[in-house]
Design a binder for this molecule. Structure first.
Ligand code: EPZ
Length: 457
C-alpha cells in the first residue's frame, strides 16, 4: 500500500460532527409519523475506536474499512496523530501508518474528550515499552475506573504509577517486552479485555485472559489483530489465549456493522408501529435485543444473511429487562428500550446492572409524559397510551437516542438539546430517519429556534 499522506484527519469530518460542545443546535421532531423503507447500518463505533488504537501495534501501514464518520472517531484520529501516526481518510476507509510512533504521551486535552483513548496504553506498552496516558475521567453514566486494565498490565510486567491524573507505565527489564501472564478479570470488562489482548499480542510468551468480555467488538478486534499476524484463540468466549509474536504486519480489514445502531432502528420501527428493514447487520449480535422485541410483540425476520425486517405488533406490551455483559441484554440498548416500554401496555421493570448511573434519561422521558419511577438501579415503568412532545435535554449518547425515539412516537413536537452526545455515536442519524419518512430537522441557535420551524405541529 502506498504511504498515506499525513493530512489533518479532522478536516474530513463534516463540520456538524466537529461542532464544539457548546453547539446550540437543536433537533426538532414532529411525532406520530409512520416510518417505512430500508436503512443502511454503519460500521460499529465500538469496534472502530479500539481497532484504530490496535493499529498502533503494527509498524507498517494498515487499512480499516467501514469506519463510521463520528465525532469520537475524529477525536481518536487526533490522538493517534499526536502519537505520530499518519492517518488518511477516504470515504469510510481509514489508512493508518504507525511505523514511526515516537511520542508515548497522549495529550490530556484530547484524552479528556474521549474515554476510549485509554485504549492506546496497551499498544504503546507493547510497541515502545512505555506509555503515559491521562487517566480517563468518569462520564455521565459512571465513574468508569480502569483498575482492571492497570492490574492486568502489571501482571504482564508493567510498572504503573498514577499521579496527577496521569497513568505512567513502563516495562521493567532490558528487553522492554511485556511478559505473558494468566489474568482473571473480576468483571468481564470490554475495555480491559481489549487492552490486555492488544498488549499480549507482542508479549513474550502466552497470556490467558479468564472471565473475558465476549462482546462482538472484542472478537472483531481479535480478528483484526489476527489479520496482522497475532496469535489469538477464544475471542468471543470467556477465555482468550494469546501467544505473543515478535511483530505484526499490514492488513486491510473491514469493521463489523454497528449492532447498537441496528438495535436503535429496530426499536424505531417498534415504537412507531412501522415496518422497516435494515442492513448490513449480523443477526447473531442482536439475539437478546431481538428476543425482547418479540416479547414486546414485534416480529424480527432475517430476510437475508445480513438483513433484518421489523414487523411491528398491533399494540406493544410490557416486558422486563436486565442489562448484562454479552450475550446478555446490552446496556447500550437500555435507554432505547425504556422509551419503547414507556409506551407499551402494562408494567415493565428495567434493571441496569452494568453502569451505576445510566438511568438519567428517566427524568427526560417523564417530562414527555412517561410514568417511570426509579428505585436504585431499577426503573419501574407503567406504560402510558401516549407521550407528549416537549423540550428535553440529552444527558449521554444512548439517552439522546432514546429521546429521539420517544420524539418519533410522541404527540406533537419534541425539541432535543445536547446533540453533541448524539453526534458522538450515530452517523447521519437525522438523514437516515428522514429517509424513512420521519419529520425531524436540526436547527441552529437556541431561543427562537422553534419559531421559524418548518415542522409546525
Ligand atoms: C465499552 O465500555 C463500550 N465502549 C460501552 O459503550 C459499553 O457500554 C460497555 O463497553 C459495556 O458493554 C467502547 O467500547 C468504546 P466495561 P467500557 O469496561 O469498556 C466496570 C456506548 O454507549 N469497570 O465493560 O468502558 C465499569 O465501571 C458506550 O457506545 C471497572 O470496574 O465498559 C462498568 O461498571 C458506553 N474497572 C463495567 O465494568 C475497569 O477497569 C463495564 O465496563 C473497567 C471497567
Amino acid at each position: 500500500m502506498q504511504e498515506g499522506r499525513a493530512i489533518t484527519f479532522t478536516s474530513n469530518l463534516p463540520n456538524t460532527f466537529m461542532a464544539s460542545e457548546e453547539d446550540s443546535a437543536i433537533l426538532e421532531i414532529l411525532g406520530g409519523q409512520r416510518l417505512s423503507g430500508h436503512v443502511a447500518i454503519s460500521g460499529a463505533k465500538n469496534s472502530a475506536l479500539v481497532l484504530m488504537a490496535g493499529a498502533l501495534l503494527c509498524p507498517q501501514e494498515c487499512r480499516l474499512r467501514n469506519v463510521p464518520s463520528l465525532v469520537d472517531v475524529g477525536r481518536m484520529g487526533e490522538i493517534l496523530m499526536a502519537l505520530g501516526v499518519k492517518l488518511e481518510r477516504q470515504g469510510d476507509c481509514l489508512t493508518l501508518n504507525a511505523s514511526s510512533i515516537g511520542e508515548s504521551r497522549a495529550p490530556y486535552e484530547l484524552v479528556s474528550q474521549l474515554r476510549a483513548s485509554f485504549f492506546v496504553i496497551g499498544p504503546l506498552l507493547a510497541r515502545l515499552g512505555v506509555a503515559r496516558v491521562p487517566l480517563p475521567g468518569g462520564c455521565a453514566i459512571g465513574a468508569r475506573p480502569v483498575d482492571l486494565h492497570v492490574r492486568g498490565l502489571q501482571a504482564m510486567g508493567a510498572e504503573v504509577q498514577i499521579d496527577h491524573g496521569m497513568v505512567n507505565a513502563y516495562v521493567r527489564g532490558a528487553s522492554k517486552r511485556l511478559k505473558g501472564a494468566k489474568i482473571y478479570l473480576d468483571y468481564p470488562s470490554v475495555g480491559a479485555t481489549e487492552t490486555l489482548m492488544m498488549a499480549a499480542t507482542l508479549a513474550d510468551g502466552e497470556t490467558i485472559i479468564e472471565n473475558a468480555a465476549q462482546e462482538p467488538e472484542v472478537a472483531d478486534l481479535a480478528n483484526f489483530c489476527r489479520a496482522m499476524g497475532a496469535k489469538i484463540r477464544g475471542a468471543g468466549t470467556n477465555t482468550i489465549t494469546i501467544s505473543g509474536v515478535p511483530s505484526l504486519h499490514s492488513t486491510d480489514y473491514s469493521i463489523i456493522p454497528d449492532r447498537v445502531e441496528a438495535g436503535t432502528f429496530l426499536v424505531a420501527g417498534a415504537i412507531t408501529y412501522s415496518e422497516l428493514s435494515l442492513s448490513p447487520v449480523i443477526p447473531d449480535h442482536l439475539t437478546a435485543v431481538i428476543a425482547k422485541l418479540q416479547a414486546v410483540g414485534a416480529q424480527v425476520i432475517t430476510e437475508a444473511p445480513n438483513r433484518l425486517r421489523l414487523i411491528p405488533s398491533d399494540r406493544n406490551r410490557a416486558t422486563d429487562i436486565e442489562t448484562l455483559p454479552y450475550p446478555g441484554f446490552p446496556t447500550d440498548m437500555q435507554a432505547q428500550f425504556m422509551a419503547l416500554l414507556a409506551l407499551s401496555e402494562g408494567n415493565s421493570v428495567i434493571t441496569e446492572t452494568v453502569f451505576e448511573n445510566r438511568l438519567r434519561h428517566v427524568a427526560e422521558l417523564n417530562r414527555m409524559g412517561a410514568n417511570i419511577r426509579l428505585k436504585g438501579c431499577n426503573a419501574i415503568i407503567r406504560g402510558v397510551p401516549m407521550l407528549s412532545g416537549a423540550p428535553v435535554v440529552a444527558t449521554d449518547l444512548r439517552a439522546s437516542a432514546a429521546l429521539v425515539l420517544a420524539g418519533l412516537a410522541a404527540n406533537g413536537k419534541t425539541t432535543i438539546q445536547g446533540l453533541h452526545h448524539l453526534d458522538r455515536g450515530y452517523e447521519q442519524l437525522e438523514a437516515k430517519l428522514q429517509k424513512l419518512g420521519a419529520r425531524l430537522q436540526r436547527v441552529k441557535g437556541s431561543s427562537d429556534a422553534g419559531n421559524n420551524s418548518a415542522l409546525e405541529t
